[in-house]
Design a protein around this ligand. Structure first.
Ligand SMILES: Cc1ncc(COP(=O)(O)O)c(C=O)c1O
Ligand SMILES: N[C@@H](CCCC[NH3+])C(=O)O
Length: 440
């Protein structure tokens, strides 16, 4: 992940992804289309996993599938031996459809419904990451009435603010997620569940935020959680065996981003946790992590067709594409920056500054402000990089735009893994006022 953004092109001056000509991909699958370089996804998955193995650390690397949830991506993660973090019955259902091993599924969320919890019990998933007292009581009740074992982690907020956009920090005290570690909530939760006959408390979980480029936040969080686990061990003679530090490992969207490699994040966590546990004579816990963005983010590229242009002299030159905030809400929501190239003009260095606009009826629907691109014409293909995480996953049908197609490329082959929505898909759940229907 340390290398600078690099693009591969072919003899036609076209951008390639995993050896395939993106202009051909756009022709074959239409635009917008999200293309995943699966080779990169697998490489990242292996680097996270192998680093733990190399150091002989018991670990689970769970793909945080909110970043991009699809049957095919779950199958890839299964092939790579990863675990899976799901946050809804929808993601759990997708995992079941992908035949993902249930014992490696971890269920997150700050407001899981009773039905969702029952689904988790029915399918005997690996663990529920309990977020609050209401959920804890539901889980205990279900486990008792069903006389069924359920492993859990307690999600805690360690009071650490990661250096990232405020909407995507989660570990600080004022957060909707988790039991507060400092004000006694975590202790209260522990006491209500430790030594429960059916609910097995595996350990603690925290997630300090997303798109983080340094390791000290993870180390500080590990320390806070370990100190708590050690206290419970001393006071209550209860040993937690799992320390889950969540996800949040940053990726490169533009040249300004400076991500660390998966090996660095993992190694620094291991060193810190080994040091902390040996200092406190606490047994070395299993380390679980939940990367989302860093597994699929920069492996994804969205190909758009360029349509209209508008030049406002001395002000701005807009070029518009056939998607926008409906397939990538991140620029509008977080002021996220992206990089792009004109896929069929990779060798054209006669650049001009433009703003890439989407096609939604919102002035704020700008995918990239002020980017240097060659002069373009209608029908050119714009490739926006690093759209693989929280792009398709957060897509909407705003303005009744259809969600794009998704394609995986690997070993010189492209495979459609999510069909483009059709106009019929868009009205599938609509009911006519004039048909016989349910009365209220
Ligand atoms: C609990 C939890 N785990 C993992 C993740 C994945 O984060 P990222 O995609 O930044 O790795 C998130 C999202 O931020 C999360 O809320
Ligand atoms: N959706 C956010 C990340 C939130 C992660 C979930 N806790 C993003 O696009 O960056």
């Amino acid at each position: 992940m340390n290398d600078t953004l690099h693009y591969t092109t072919n003899e036609k001056g076209h951008l390639t992804i995993a050896g395939l000509d993106t202009v051909n991909l756009a022709k074959k699958f239409g635009t917008p289309v999200v293309v995943y370089n699966l080779e990169l996804v697998r490489e990242r998955a292996r680097k996270f996993k192998d680093t733990f193995e190399k150091h002989g650390i018991r670990a689970q690397v769970a793909y945080a599938s909110k970043a991009f949830s699809s049957i095919a991506m779950y199958q890839v993660m299964k092939e790579e031996g990863l675990s899976l973090d799901v946050v809804s019955s929808g993601e759990l259902y997708t995992a079941l459809q992908a035949d993902f091993p249930v014992e490696k599924i971890h269920f997150h969320g700050n407001n899981k419904s009773l039905d969702e919890l029952i689904m988790a019990f029915d399918h005997e998933i690996g663990c529920i990451v309990v977020d609050n007292f209401y959920e804890l009581e539901l889980v205990k009740e279900l486990a008792e009435t069903r006389k069924q074992q359920m492993p859990i982690l307690l999600r805690v907020t360690p009071g650490i603010e990661a250096h990232t956009h405020t909407y995507i920090t989660t570990g600080q005290q004022d957060s909707k997620f988790g039991f507060d570690l400092l004000n006694g909530q975590a202790d209260e939760a522990f006491e209500s569940v430790a030594n429960h006959p059916y609910v097995e408390l595996l350990g603690l979980h925290c997630h300090i935020g997303s798109q983080i480029f340094e390791t000290n936040g993870f180390v500080a969080a590990a320390e806070k959680l370990l100190v708590k686990m050690q206290t419970w061990s001393e006071v209550h003679h209860y040993s937690c065996r799992v320390l889950n530090l969540g996800g949040g490992f940053g990726i490169r969207y533009t040249e300004e981003d400076t991500p660390l490699s998966p090996e660095t994040y993992v190694e620094e966590m291991i060193v810190a946790i080994q040091r902390l546990s040996s200092e406190s004579a606490y047994q070395m816990p299993e380390i679980w992590i939940e990367p989302g963005r860093s597994l699929v983010g920069d492996a994804g590229t969205t190909l758009y067709s360029i349509g209209s242009q508008k030049v406002i002299p001395d002000t701005r030159h807009y070029i518009s594409v056939d998607g926008g905030m409906s397939d990538n809400i991140r620029p509008a929501l977080y002021q996220a920056r992206y990089d792009a190239r004109v896929a069929n003009r990779m060798h054209d260095n006669n650049l001009t500054t433009v703003t890439v606009a989407g096609k939604c009826c919102e002035s704020g629907d700008k995918l990239i402000e002020d980017i240097a691109l060659p002069k373009v014409e209608a029908g050119d293909i714009l490739a926006v990089f690093s759209t693989g995480a929280y792009g398709y996953a957060m897509a909407s049908n705003y303005n009744r735009l259809a969600r794009p197609a998704v394609v995986f490329v690997e070993n010189g082959k492209a495979r459609l893994v999510i069909r483009r929505e059709t106009l019929d898909d868009l009205v599938r759940n609509d009911l006519s006022l004039y048909e016989e229907g349910e009365e209220s």
